[in-house]
Design a binder for this molecule. Structure first.
Ligand code: ASP
Length: 359
């Protein structure tokens, strides 16, 4: 055996250590055991019009979402359970435009949309125009798991939810003063009649001031569990003052929501019409799968595309997305001043952000 002199041995050891270091620096980080990313809507959310109290409420709600989802994933629960569990909680939280706290249609109703996708099988379920089902995300999951369909709407969707014993509430359960006043302002701006306050709504409160007159506040979650399975889900009341059975991107698989194991999970929020036209969620995943783009590159690219489109009124698309890549690494992009967003993974400090320029 060749024996190195002492000095040579030290030199070789140093060389080996340097190689090991270089290898560490270039080796891809191991995938986190689990990860979760959450959004609570995007829009004109600026420091100047967000009081410290309201900002603290949103940050606490986003922390809670990570906590709920993280606990499910940490104990080995599925990404689908984490997505559904977190969204249920956010649907009950009046801060968000989903479930209780949803925006109103021009006729003064709450019409709720939601979708969910299982990245393992690419099974998907969605509902649109629910008015009584407390948790639209659970109705979407029931469509996915217990019907041969992908999308159900209106009365029929509600009837199906009933057969699945999902909880029903009086429509006034979803009422919030803030959203009602947003509707009144929206209808006044558009010279449309203001409908009667809904039956069962509490007495009118003094004017409530909220930062996001832009109607957003949709919620979305993407999770990757300890088995590597990715799921994504989105839930919304849609857009303030919507009419004629308008449906946005949130319940459209491939626009507002998409998941595919080993590739991506996406949930979007923004002016749904543009997100449908671009096919945002699927396009992000396709870029990652076929172009080899990172989650961040794909998200940036597709949000830029949304912003480059205009509608018949000359308005440009706005909003944002949250993404996990196949290994559970998080990315997000937006072209609005803010998006409520938060992410966490096993063993990492959770991050909560609101404003576009926050690092
Ligand atoms: N994308 C939703 C819709 O157009 C709204 C939102 O995300 O705030 O219905």
């Amino acid at each position: 055996m060749f024996i190195l002199p002492a000095r040579g041995g030290a030199w070789l050891a140093a060389l080996l250590a340097a190689f090991a270091l270089a290898a560490c620096a270039t080796a891809p980080e191991p995938a986190p055991r689990w990860s979760i990313i959450v959004h609570g809507g995007a829009g004109v959310i600026e420091r100047a019009n967000l009081t410290p109290e309201v900002e603290a409420q949103y940050r606490a709600a986003m922390q809670r979402a990570l906590h709920t989802g993280g606990a499910i994933l940490e104990r080995g629960g599925s990404s689908l359970d984490a997505v559904e569990g977190v969204i249920q909680e956010m649907e009950d939280d009046p801060l968000f435009n989903a479930g209780r706290g949803a925006v109103f249609t021009a006729e003064g109703h709450n019409e709720l949309d939601a979708s969910i996708m299982d990245g393992r099988t690419r099974a998907a379920g969605s509902v649109a125009g629910l008015t009584r089902t407390r948790h639209p995300i659970s109705a979407a999951r029931a469509v996915m798991e217990r019907s041969p369909h992908v999308m159900l709407i209106g009365e029929g969707a509600e009837a199906f939810a009933r057969t699945q014993n999902l909880e029903e509430v009086d429509p006034s359960f979803f009422f919030t003063e803030r959203r009602w006043q947003q509707l009144e302002q929206n209808l006044q701006r558009n010279n449309l009649p203001i409908p009667q306050r809904p039956l069962g709504a509490p007495r009118r409160e003094a004017r409530v001031a909220w930062p996001d007159d832009h109607q957003f506040g949709t919620v979305g979650v993407v999770a990757r569990d300890t088995h590597g399975d990715i799921a994504a889900g989105t839930s919304t009341g849609g857009a303030t003052g919507k009419r004629w059975g308008r449906v946005g991107d949130a319940p459209i698989i491939g626009a507002g929501t998409y998941a595919r194991n080993g590739v991506c999970g996406v949930s979007a929020t923004g002016t749904g019409e543009f997100f449908i036209r671009v096919g945002v969620a699927r396009d992000i995943c396709a870029r990652m799968e076929f172009n080899g783009e990172s989650a961040q590159e794909a998200a940036d690219h597709v949000i830029a595309e949304v912003g480059a489109l205009t509608n018949a009124r000359g308005e440009a698309g706005d909003g944002g997305v949250i993404v996990l890549d196949g290994e559970g690494r998080a990315a997000w992009a937006m072209n609005t001043p803010g998006m409520y967003r938060a992410w966490a993974s096993a063993g990492e400090e959770p991050v909560v952000q609101i404003f576009a320029d926050e690092e």
